[in-house]
Design a protein around this ligand. Structure first.
Ligand SMILES: [Cu+2]
Length: 737
């Protein structure tokens, strides 16, 4: 008998030993495909013929061996988000790992040293938006005894991601117009402002050089759970609780999460356990993961678990249970003008934000709360108060009985203190501007800044201040950081930190690895615009995957140095009016033309090349060339307001000038040309009169002026009319690319 027991014991130990050594292999085939999710066939990437990519499962102690078979005609990569692994397995092409060339196979192999809910995605260009994301689940040796389901949330656009990105850089408000087709008021036009009694608010907003309020940059056609707008989780009789592993795998959407069946117990964030905390609702930032436990309905009901995009345009739902559907109450549309009023109060004239002494951090105060009808009611309730009172005014937990999760409520179940050693402290100001869609840290993009040198064995503390108008989910590769949230030794461990406008948050981590690691905003279009930094460990061994690290780095830097092209032309009855731009983070090559249909109307083309200066990029010094021709009458001369003769009949001149964005988003332009002629011009384009009407105004010291009105039919075509001092009245169609 004893012998038998010893044998069993040995067998158990043996099994454990074997399981700790298990090699888990996956083969992933990346294909080009075409899918139709919202009435339009769109090219996408599928892996093993599915979107999202397959859900991978491991157990702590396994060794992962993953074969990526790239069957695309373009290169790809896979990054294992939140996973602690050797540097060359991290999967950032040209930084840690070789890119996976077309028609080749790349093998990732690394030990699984942690447990929890993670995900994986392409780190190449904008591939993640097109379907290259999947769940990466690591089970504990001894897991919670309850059924579990993974909900992988994502956003879907019928537009090509390249186009989304290009158009974001054009400050074009098409996405707001699209949103307004679903939800009134998203454009925040002057017409709407007057109708709703917010004219002064709209005026101050433009006086302070801001664009309309928005909580997300991109209009999405669908939001998905595990690749579908809606899914169902059937439950088994007698089940009381289930665990949901929620992953926000979207490219740029934050989701509000709510459950019709009552409280959600948050038990883990970004893969690390937290002391369970019950909440009524929570926001999940881009690339974050949360594990929650929810109550299963009895046999006759199905409860809705609803994820609503932060802009509240659409939802994606999971039905839990088998009976009559019980809906979660949907979130009411945002009160945009209330948000605008709040932002007006926080924005200084120089483009910096002022938190008015509120010391905001850790999502405890949500300035956007003024836009949430479920917390503040239908009417405005924002008054001028002292900082202390204002703190309560923006704290949704103080304002209502609805418990909203924030980072200060997360507590690690075990001590997370760092080794007692020296600390390197870094200050990151998150910077950017919506106008030109530039995103940076300390006003520098990845390619404009040096790598940050860190030493193995030291601690690194990062103090971040968000001085931009958008929230940013900042993600650190290959490490967990502690969030200093008032929980002392039990500060929670995360790898993504959402930081809201005007917040200051502190994170810290032990530098235990080697090589180069990316730290960046996980909003795909912010990352591609340059919002990040590279940490580099001192004295790291050479990375065998990158034989020429200098060349590789130049390749990486290309992402945020990319130039974007746009062109627009008005085919009008009195001539062609047009403009093109070829621009990147700092530089812009512009050309403008007015081409009449005869010599009397004349022809003119102005080109500029210049560099944007400052964080807000309101300054634009340039050099250019000016060509114009117009047939004049015999004794006809033209003079400008400086009483200089204007050489309008035939002019070929070089010029130098400065453009500056004034309050009301007026562009002032002063220039001098090689003939000594001065010109001063004021221009304002795209004044939103209503959802689709835009007004353009221009006047200059050559006594030229223009008034134009456009009606936006769709993103490519506008109907237009304008009166031009040279060419008179015209009607036409404006074509945009
Ligand atoms: Cu960002």
């Amino acid at each position: 008998m004893l012998k038998y027991k010893v044998f069993l014991l040995l067998l158990l130990i043996g099994c454990n030993y074997i399981s700790a050594q298990t090699l888990v292999r996956y083969d992933l085939y990346v294909h080009d495909t075409v899918i139709n999710l919202k009435g339009k066939k769109v090219r996408a990437y599928s892996v093993n013929n599915q979107i999202p990519m397959p859900e991978l499962h491991f157990t702590e102690g396994d060794t992962a061996e993953i074969y990526i078979h790239n069957e695309l005609n373009t290169e790809t990569s896979i990054h294992w988000h939140g996973i602690i692994l050797p540097n060359e397995q991290d999967g950032v092409p040209y930084l840690t790992t070789a890119p996976i060339k077309p028609k080749t196979t790349h093998i990732y192999k690394f030990p699984i040293v942690q447990s929890g809910t993670y995900w994986y995605h392409s780190h190449t260009k904008l591939q993640e938006q097109n379907g290259m994301y999947g769940a990466f689940i690591i089970h504990k040796q001894k897991e919670l005894a309850m059924p579990e389901f993974t909900l992988l949330l994502s956003d879907w656009t019928n537009m090509k991601p390249f186009e989304v990105h290009r158009r974001l850089h054009m400050a074009n408000d098409w996405s707001a117009i699209k949103k307004a087709t679903v939800q009134k008021g998203a454009v925040q036009s002057y017409g709407d402002a007057i109708k709703e009694g917010y004219f002064r608010t709209k005026f101050i907003n433009e006086w302070k050089r801001m664009l309309a309020m928005d909580v997300s940059d991109v209009y999405y056609d669908k939001f998905l759970t595990n690749g579908k707008p809606e899914i169902a989780i059937p439950t088994i009789k007698g089940e009381k609780k289930i665990r949901l592993r929620i992953i926000n795998g979207s490219a740029s959407t934050y989701f509000w999460l709510k459950y019709a069946g009552g409280k959600m117990d948050v038990i883990a964030s970004d893969g690390s356990d937290v002391v369970p905390v019950p909440v009524d609702r929570m926001i999940i930032g881009v690339s974050e993961t949360y594990d929650i436990i929810v109550t299963v309905p009895d046999d006759s009901t199905a409860y809705e678990f609803i994820a609503t995009s932060e802009d509240r345009i659409r939802n994606t739902s999971t039905w839990i249970g088998n009976g009559i559907k019980q809906l979660a109450s949907p979130l009411q549309p945002l009160k945009y003008f209330e948000g605008m009023k709040m932002m007006n109060g926080m924005m200084k004239m120089d483009g910096n934000l002022d938190d008015m002494g509120m010391n905001m951090s850790l999502q405890k105060m949500d300035m956007n709360v003024v836009m949430y009808p479920e917390i503040t009611g239908d009417k405005s309730n924002q008054k001028d108060h002292h900082a202390a009172e204002m703190q309560n005014q923006y704290n949704s937990n103080a304002m209502s009985d609805i418990v909203t999760l924030n980072y200060s409520m997360l507590k690690s179940p075990t001590k997370s203190t760092l080794p007692n050693t020296s600390t390197k402290t870094l200050y990151f100001e998150l910077t950017g501007n919506m106008n030109r869609y530039v995103w940076s840290i300390n006003n520098k993009t990845v390619s404009e800044s040096d790598k940050i040198l860190i030493k193995k064995g030291e601690n690194v503390r990062i103090i971040m201040y968000n001085n931009s108008m958008m929230r940013h989910p900042m993600h650190l590769h290959g490490h967990f950081f502690r969030v200093l949230n008032g929980q002392g030794e039990y500060s929670p461990l995360k790898n993504v930190l959402d930081i809201m406008p005007m917040e200051t948050d502190t994170i810290e981590f032990a530098a235990t690895e080697s090589g180069d690691w990316f730290f960046h905003c996980h909003i795909l279009y912010h990352m591609m615009s340059g919002m990040g930094r590279i940490f580099t460990y001192e004295n790291s061994p050479p990375n065998p995957q990158l034989p020429d690290p200098q060349k590789a780095l130049r390749k990486l830097y290309k992402d945020d140095r990319e130039f974007h092209f746009m062109i627009t032309n008005d085919f009008a009855t009195n001539g062609n009016d047009g403009e093109m731009m070829y621009q990147n983070t700092r530089f812009n090559l512009q050309a403008e033309w007015r081409l009449g249909y005869n010599d009397m109307h004349g022809y003119e083309v102005e080109t500029h090349f210049g560099r944007y200066i400052g964080k807000m990029q309101w300054f634009f010094p340039y050099v250019g060339f000016d060509w114009r021709y117009r047939k004049m009458g015999m004794h006809e001369t033209e003079r400008n307001i400086f009483n200089q003769t204007s050489t309008k009949d035939e002019r070929r001149v070089f010029c130098a000038g400065i453009q500056y964005t004034l309050p009301m988003l007026l562009i002032a332009d002063i220039r001098i040309d090689t003939n000594g002629e001065l010109r001063f011009q004021l221009m304002r384009e795209d004044i939103p009169l209503s959802k689709r009407f835009r007004l353009n105004l221009m006047g200059n010291s050559d006594l030229e002026y223009m008034v134009g009105l456009r009606y936006v039919l769709n993103q490519s075509f506008h109907l237009s009319t304008h009166y031009d001092s040279d060419m008179g009245l015209g009607f036409g169609v404006t074509v945009n690319y």
